[in-house]
Design a protein around this ligand. Structure first.
Ligand code: GAR
Length: 207
């Protein structure tokens, strides 16, 4: 068994995809043991409780990045996390996190990295930037977290078309439904099965 701890901040649809995948037996040896939220009011907490998964709240408000990262690393060590998944987690953590869990923290980003990523690119803002640039294809990326925001080894990517008349909300929904909710559970399973290897900053996935 591999302990998976999921970090959340908001609605938690990616968390739900992970919970549903585990329920269907699709996480291999992965088991979601704890959900940690940066906000006490995140609906993701209700999703975890409904699934019978332990929850913790580590409020970000008023805490500087270094202190918050140290608190998070301590919590993850207490939970004996084998894999940490950032699923709509809207706090940028310091380099102490990947240092404590090298190539064991993954994030889902709602664009095709290295485009539309880095500080300031989160949630709907990403889709607004995609529409403003006029690109015709977008998607999502699951990657390992390193010391560079959205800069770690890319594990899986998937694409969707950008269509005439799309709003940021419509595009976000298309990216989530068609890419994020499928690729995140898949990446978690591949990790737990030992099928992702990082060499020279590149992730090799043996499917
Ligand atoms: C998702 O689209 C996720 O990729 C994005 O926020 C949304 C959270 O939705 N994450 C980021 O932008 C992180 N940089 P959810 O709470 O329903 O999973």
């Amino acid at each position: 068994m591999k302990n998976i701890v999921v970090l959340v901040s908001g609605g938690g649809t990616n968390l739900q995809a992970l919970l549903d995948a585990e329920h269907r037996g699709e996480l291999g040896p992965g088991h979601i043991t704890c959900v940690i939220s940066s906000s006490p009011s995140a609906y993701a907490l209700t999703r975890a409780e409904n699934a019978g998964v332990k929850t913790r709240v580590l409020p970000k408000k008023g805490v500087d990045r270094e202190t918050y990262t140290a608190q998070m690393v301590k919590a993850l060590q207490e939970e004996q996390a084998d894999l940490v998944i950032l699923a709509g987690f809207m706090v940028i953590l310091g380099p102490e996190l990947p240092a404590a869990f090298p190539n064991a923290v993954m994030n889902v980003h709602p664009a095709l990295i290295p485009s539309f990523c880095g500080p300031g690119y989160y949630g709907l803002h990403v889709h607004e930037a995609v529409l403003a640039a006029g690109v015709k294809v977008t998607g999502a990326t699951v990657h390992f977290v390193n010391e560079v925001c959205d800069g770690g080894p890319i594990i899986l990517q998937g694409t969707v078309p950008v269509k005439n008349g799309d709003t940021p909300e419509v595009l976000q929904r298309r990216v989530m439904e068609n890419v994020e909710w499928k690729l995140l559970p898949k990446a978690a399973r591949l990790f737990c099965e030992g099928k992702i290897h990082v060499e020279n900053g590149i992730a090799r996935v043996d499917e």
